[in-house]
Design a protein around this ligand. Structure first.
Ligand SMILES: Nc1ncnc2c1ncn2[C@@H]1O[C@H](COP(=O)(O)OP(=O)(O)OP(=O)(O)O)[C@@H](O)[C@H]1O
Length: 240
């Protein structure tokens, strides 16, 4: 399980001529999960969107399973193994839950019955339109839909954002099952570091488009100084 899944080398990217990512290098092995942390506007979404192929590439490279995907179009990156769950979810509002899931499905171990067993709520709502779902159900659908493309790497941009606490717990339990039980590799952006670090193996912190911390999630959880300096998070006794 230890071959490199994702290798990013000195990546500079942004929007048009503006660079947001100012030289990012990171390596992620298969089966690992990475928490992508940092204050607002530090480049987290830009990094995930750049891996998904949605920004302007300036220099550096991105390799997935040793294949250089730096210049591939976004749809080809999906075929190459990138599953992307954007911050705004982007579900098809006028399609049913089931249609959302089958519309972009690719063959592989993740099938409709399997995602329904992971998200029983979605099975109950399978004939409802996307527009009829609650925010939590929409987020579950966005994650389930990304699984249906049978990715090698799942990119999740603030999946817990704006959800009620009970739904956050339900989604966290499903994510734990996906990454720990099923061995899915994932990069997860999250504002609340203490919520996500117990779920992930490794963590990086971005500041102004560069990596300012990289280590295991357990080490970071124990490092009050780094948490305070780069994330504005108080000591362990204070919930993040
Ligand atoms: N579409 C865009 N066009 C131009 N600049 C953008 C665009 N999207 C983001 N930016 C800029 O890129 C920088 C990084 O934004 P990004 O969304 O990647 O940060 P973030 O760490 O994900 O923050 P947040 O937690 O607020 O989502 C910001 O300065 C932002 O203004």
């Amino acid at each position: 399980m230890n071959r490199p899944l994702l290798v990013i080398d000195r990546l500079v990217a942004g929007y048009g001529e503006a660079s947001v990512l100012a030289g990012i290098s990171l390596t992620m092995d298969e089966g690992r999960t990475l928490a992508l942390l940092g204050r607002n506007g530090t480049g987290k979404t830009t990094l995930v969107d750049t891996i998904a192929g949605l920004t302007t590439h300036h220099s550096g490279s991105i390799k997935l399973l040793e294949r250089d995907i730096t210049r591939l179009r976004a749809d080809r990156r999906v075929a190459a193994g990138i599953g992307w769950v954007p911050q705004e979810r982007n579900i098809f509002k006028s399609l049913t839950v089931e249609e959302n899931l089958t519309a972009i499905a690719r063959s592989g171990p993740w099938t409709l019955p399997r995602v329904f067993s992971m998200f029983p709520r979605l099975e109950e709502r399978r004939r409802n339109l996307g527009s009829q779902l609650s925010g939590g159900e929409q987020q579950m659908l966005a994650v389930a839909r990304a699984l249906m493309v049978n990715p090698r790497l799942l990119l999740l941009d603030e999946p817990l954002e704006g959800l009620a606490p009970i739904i956050v717990d339900e989604l966290l339990a499903a994510l734990r099952q996906i990454v720990e039980g099923e061995g899915m590799s994932a990069i997860i952006i999250e504002q609340k570091a203490r919520k996500i670090l117990p779920l992930t193996d490794d963590a990086i912190i971005l500041d102004r488009g560069v990596v300012v911390y990289s280590g295991t999630s357990a080490e970071l959880l124990d490092n009050d100084e780094v948490m305070a300096q780069h994330l504005g998070v108080g000591r362990a006794a204070t919930p993040a």
